[in-house]
Design a protein around this ligand. Sequence first.
Ligand SMILES: C[S@@+](CC[C@H](N)C(=O)[O-])C[C@H]1O[C@@H](n2cnc3c(N)ncnc32)[C@H](O)[C@@H]1O
Length: 204
Amino acid sequence: MNSGFDKIAPLYDKLARLVYGRAIVDAQVCFLDRIPCGADILIVGGGTGWLLTEIQKGQPDCTVCYVEASSEMILRARARKSTLPVHFISGTHRDIPVKKYDVIVTNFFLDVFSDDELKEVLDLLKNRIQPHGLWFVSDFVDGSGWQKALLTIMYAFFKIVSGLGVNKLPAWKKSLSASGLKPIARLFFWRGFIESLVYIPQTS
Ligand SMILES: C[S@@+](CC[C@H](N)C(=O)[O-])C[C@H]1O[C@@H](n2cnc3c(N)ncnc32)[C@H](O)[C@@H]1O
């Protein structure tokens, strides 16, 4: 499958760590110890798949469905020396198998959509989580002037290197709440520019 992230795939992790240092990793691993034993996990837009190795360290008994639009990214994820049973799907959120998962991971994924597109993505994903499930999200925050300025630069960069069609951060937290998800844990990284949350489905 062809995706705008193909070109940047060989450099993506290096670039992210150059700019954000350990924060980009810490933000994504900070809640992994909450994954239940033997969990059925869905990772969407997981990039090069380094998170698989981290998940395996804590939960070697879980299974993963890994859905990624960039064939170059998924090539790298497949090459990881992970002993986890991973079902790789080279496709988009629309190709996610119709079943419910114990854990959903969407790290730095919701930010590639416009608010309208995000609604479609979340309408689909909210039907893929178990009633007792956990949803891990790490993403950027646009609360202050410098954060907005940095996001403008980042979106301009990704427009050039990956043809990303959006130029501003969607209101992802608002959209998750509107989709019936409730945050139960949160941590901030990189002077508050990166936020990691654990959500659960709200029981009405
Ligand atoms: C900003 S990168 C984040 C990668 C990874 N989560 C990380 O933090 O290193 C977004 C990823 O989402 C993938 N992607 C974009 N749209 C997608 C879609 N509709 N379905 C699945 N993956 C998608 C891209 O190919 C890219 O690898």
